[in-house]
Write a protein that binds this ligand. Sequence first.
Ligand code: SIN
Ligand code: FE2
Length: 218
Amino acid sequence: MTGDLFAALGAPDAGRAEPLREGAVVLRGFALDDAPALLAAVARIAAASPFRHLETPGGRRMSVAMTNCGAVGWVSDRRGYRYQPQDPLTGQPWPAMPPLFGNLARRAAAAAGYADFQTDVCLINRYAPGARLTLHQDRDEKGYADPIVSVSLGLPAVFLFGGLKRTDRTRRIRLEHGDVTVWGGPARLAFHGVAPLAEGEHPATGPCRINLTFRRAL
Ligand code: SIN
Ligand code: FE2
């Protein structure tokens, strides 16, 4: 895995790549060219399946607003976390994943050393100032052979990236508009989170940050 990663980092498509730990890398600016089209697609998706603040199994309202596109979507409620084919808000299937999304996810995964990433879900998170995501692992997927590809748009955020134990030391990495983070292999179940978003205004998104995370859920 590491060999692939460092070989891939030399590829012209890789942009400025910063290894985080074995299996994890930030591809600086990788999604910059696609950002306007990604944000236009997010607006279309949110018109069909609106952003909403999900409830945690413990009964708390998440500060991040969320929607999905793809074959399934990630949801949380009193019954727990899961992927499901229908949006519980609309009763309809989630909006289809635009080809651009799958294409970008695949190219970013390849640049990080993970060939042939086939994503079937994109979680779309919207952070207003103050919104945060506490340390967690992405572990509701059926398997962990595929990486997570995470695209940052709009306001910058401080991404927290730790180890395989919740108590492992976390690194704080500033993610900017267009940055793509990929973690898989030995880092697939790394704990990660997002520090409370600072106030600000971004030309592409206004006063918020949008994050797309691509996974293979099924
Ligand atoms: C996530 O952990 O699913 C999202 C991470 C982020 O917003 O950067
Ligand atoms: Fe996550």
